[in-house]
Design a protein around this ligand. Structure first.
Ligand code: IPE
Ligand code: IPE
Ligand code: MG
Length: 246
């Protein structure tokens, strides 16, 4: 059965966010060091990005490195940062060929210099692409995002640009790193873990959550399609009751 053909184009999520998890356990299963798992996760990134663009998804956000991930062994953090540089260099042409724009959320200024500049270069070189936006969450956490938004608003109050009464949900959302991006309708987490791990806390308020048992390096187009089909079979009520939905 062709899963892709089961997807209803009219009900396609505009924005899908993914917590790419399970690289380390995948490597362990193969009797290899954790970094081997991260390297093999790149293929899943490529496949998922391609699948999303082919379907017509507008935004795909991938959680690649959390603020908490700095606590990992130095060797692993270093390897991840180098893998990012390598992957960015390799994939920018493909992104351009596929008309995909690269963006990042998170405190990226704190990334190692090489990673930071490879990222900025990738963003600059793909900025005119229009088919889909691929957003990498790097040194990102939901709490960081809300805190930095609050800081911006506090400054605006201090400078007299706005008054405290002007602060509402809309304004706060506009100060988040995702201000120009609609909230994700669907969040996918791989590897069987069922938690948010400080990802897009504000933005996931009404997202549908889908947990796949598959480790990230084994995630392929079919698993992605499966998540979308599952999402399309849900009833999103947003506080209303079934009978009120058209
Ligand atoms: C996700 O896989 C990748 C990153 C967090 C960078 P993990 O490295 O968390 O893999 P597990 O969860 O240990 O298996
Ligand atoms: C979340 O995965 C972060 C990324 C996928 C980048 P982790 O593997 O770090 O999450 P926890 O710590 O197990 O919840
Ligand atoms: Mg993990």
């Amino acid at each position: 059965m062709d899963l892709k053909s089961e997807i209803i184009p009219e009900k396609l999520p505009k924005h899908i966010a993914i917590i790419m998890d399970g690289n380390g356990r995948w490597a362990k299963q193969h009797g290899k060091p954790r970094v081997f798992g991260h390297r093999n996760g790149v293929k899943a990134v490529r496949e998922t990005t391609e699948a999303a663009a082919e379907l017509g998804v507008s935004y795909l956000t991938l959680y690649a490195f959390s603020t908490e991930n700095w606590k990992r062994p130095k060797l692993e953090v270093g390897a991840l940062m180098r893998l990012l540089v390598e992957t960015l260099h390799k994939e920018i042409n493909t992104l351009n060929k596929n008309n995909i724009k690269l963006q990042a959320i998170g405190d990226i200024s704190l990334l190692p210099k090489e990673t930071h500049s490879a990222l900025l270069k990738g963003i600059e070189n793909t900025k005119n692409n229009t088919r889909m936006t691929l957003i990498l969450a790097l040194n990102y956490s939901g709490k960081w995002d809300i805190a930095q938004a609050t800081k911006q608003l506090a400054k605006q109050v201090q400078e007299g640009v706005i008054s405290p009464e002007d602060i509402d949900e809309e304004r706060l959302a506009q100060s988040l790193s995702t201000s120009k991006i609609p909230d994700p309708e669907l969040l996918i987490r791989t590897s069987g873990e069922r938690r948010i791990s400080n990802f897009l806390l504000w933005q996931l308020a009404y997202s549908e959550l889908y947990f796949s048992p598959v480790f990230w390096p084994d995630f392929r187009k079919d698993q992605f399609y499966q998540a979308i089909i599952d999402y399309q079979n849900r009833e999103r009520r947003f506080g209303k009751i079934s009978e009120q939905l058209v």
